[in-house]
Ligand binder design. Structure first.
Ligand SMILES: Cc1cc2nc3c(=O)[nH]c(=O)nc-3n(C[C@H](O)[C@H](O)[C@H](O)COP(=O)(O)OP(=O)(O)OC[C@H]3O[C@@H](n4cnc5c(N)ncnc54)[C@H](O)[C@@H]3O)c2cc1C
Length: 459
């Protein structure tokens, strides 16, 4: 006998819990399934723990620089990795418990702690029980890609998940992958005191960003003595005693780097392979991402896919926005859709990169008439006062409509400041809205009107 519900949620990532709560509030009987840790990646092995660790790394970095500010600290700066981890565990654990308590407290709700698998388009099995509902919402997220790298099976390696258990200082951490996750871990461990080498296959770091952004980030990291090895087209691994040795290039000999620990940060894969999607008839693309339409409906009526597993975003805010889109369509008669949203995200190195909309390269490729302005953070008074003036800001505007097409703020508080531009983009207002606004002095945001007064044709 199947247990009958109005809705089943598979996975408690960043969309599932909020949706379960909305549906329960609307009077539906909801089953919530979670196979591992409540709150998923962001809460347990992603955003929250990493940003907590970034904060510890920042404290160590600033303490080492204390003399520059006229502050004396007696003795060397030490980092107690056990306490760093305990702080991370406490903050992340609180969120994890918060999500679990929230789900267990839902009116008309039932929580199943186990791996859920489709048995048919309307039924799911979990812990040997069959659950049935007319509406099923998949929020199963993703995990670290462990690529078929020659020799990888011969060496111990870490991923973002196993990094969470590290409570010691690796002597030399080799990070394979020079994108968002790899760079955050790389800078963090360098600041904790490890030697760090970042190995990237592309000719530059975070290759989806503009070249000037990649170059500035490289400069920031190299200034902290992080070794960066680009163009590592063929990466291999082997063991030599206690060391992990990474081969960087098949074409040339002696291109190796040896370290004490290896972190793989080369991408993510969706958790869709063991979900019984074939039994439900739900289609995926060739990488395993569940195919959805603009309102996150799969090809099977009554089944939706939200969050990283639909390939429409790879962030907590995109997953949460997926929840809002589905809830608005189902409960509010509000036809919100994925294509209404503007790309936005941050890279949480220090200083952070805040991004919104198109890159300069994308604007150029679109062939439209555009205007551009850039400003180094050395010309942002607040950044100079704080002694944190690395990076620059850049904004690109449509010459005809005067709307902002995209922006990048690589600099202190760039992850926050970007929202001023993002909100103007959502309002579809001309950039002159910002140039006419009076901002607070002295802030980084105060320079946005000035930046936009300095637009020049993009040639
Ligand atoms: C190191 C790192 C740092 C990150 N930092 C940021 C950041 O700063 N900002 C940001 O926006 N994003 C960040 N992200 C991305 C962010 O964590 C994810 O985009 C976000 O968690 C959304 O995920 P989700 O909702 O798709 O599902 P997830 O959070 O991945 O959760 C899915 C849940 O489903 C469960 N599950 C899977 N299969 C089943 C099944 N068959 N049955 C039952 N349960 C199942 C899993 O156990 C998991 O709990 C980071 C990611 C990583 C790895």
């Amino acid at each position: 006998m199947a247990a009958r519900f109005d809705a089943i949620i598979i996975g408690t990532g960043q969309a599932g819990p909020a949706l379960a709560a909305r549906l329960s509030k609307a009077g539906m009987k909801v089953a919530v399934t979670e196979r591992k840790l409540f709150g998923g990646t962001c809460v347990n092995t992603g955003c929250i723990p990493t940003k907590t660790l970034v904060a510890s790394a920042y404290a160590a970095h600033l303490a080492r620089r204390a003399g520059e500010y006229g502050v004396g600290i007696a003795g060397p700066i030490t980092v107690d990795m056990k306490r760093v981890k305990a702080r991370k565990d406490e903050i992340s654990g609180r969120s994890n418990k918060g999500v679990e308590d929230w789900m267990r407290g839902l009116a008309n709700g039932a929580v199943y702690h186990g791996h859920a698998r489709f048995e048919s388009p309307r039924t799911v099995s979990v812990n040997g029980e069959i659950l049935e509902a007319d509406k099923i919402f998949i929020n199963v997220g993703g995990r670290a890609l462990e690529p078929p790298m020659p020799g990888l099976d011969q060496v111990p390696y870490l991923t973002n998940s196993s990094m969470m258990a590290v409570d010691f200082l690796p002597e030399h951490l080799i990070v394979v992958g020079g994108s968002y996750i790899g760079l955050e871990f790389g800078q963090m461990y360098r600041r904790f005191g490890s030697k760090v080498t970042i190995v990237e296959m592309s000719p530059r770091l975070i290759a989806r960003e503009d070249e000037d952004i990649s170059n500035a980030i490289r400069e920031i990291l190299e200034k902290e003595d992080i070794q960066i090895r680009l163009n590592a087209e063929c990466i291999t691994a082997h063991r030599e005693g206690q060391q992990v040795v990474i081969g960087l290039d098949c074409a040339e000999a002696n291109k190796e780097v040896a370290g004490s620990h290896l972190l793989l940060a080369v991408g993510r894969v969706p958790n869709t392979g063991d979900l019984g999607l074939d039994k439900a008839g739900v289609e995926t693309d060739k990488s395993g991402y569940i195919k959805v339409d603009d309102q996150l409906r799969t090809n099977v009526p009554g089944i939706w896919a939200l969050g990283d597993c639909n390939g429409k975003g790879a962030f907590t805010h995109t997953s949460y926005n997926d929840y809002e889109i589905v809830a608005a369509n189902l409960l509010d008669h509000d036809p919100r859709k994925v294509s209404d949203r503007i790309t936005t995200y941050a890279l949480f190195i220090d200083p952070p990169l805040g991004r919104a909309g198109m890159t300069e390269a994308q604007v150029r490729a679109s062939g439209r008439q555009a205007l551009i302005a850039t400003r180094p953070m050395t010309r942002v008074s607040r950044a100079v006062e704080k002694g944190e003036s690395q990076g620059f800001m850049k904004v690109v505007v449509d010459a005809e409509s005067k709307q902002i097409l995209g922006a990048a703020i690589l600099g202190v508080t760039g992850d926050e400041v970007i929202h001023t531009l993002l909100d103007v983009m959502y309002a579809k207002a001309p950039y002159t809205t910002v140039t006419r606004a009076m901002h607070i002095h002295p802030t980084v945001s105060e320079l946005l009107p000035t930046l936009l007064q300095e637009l020049k044709p993009l040639v």
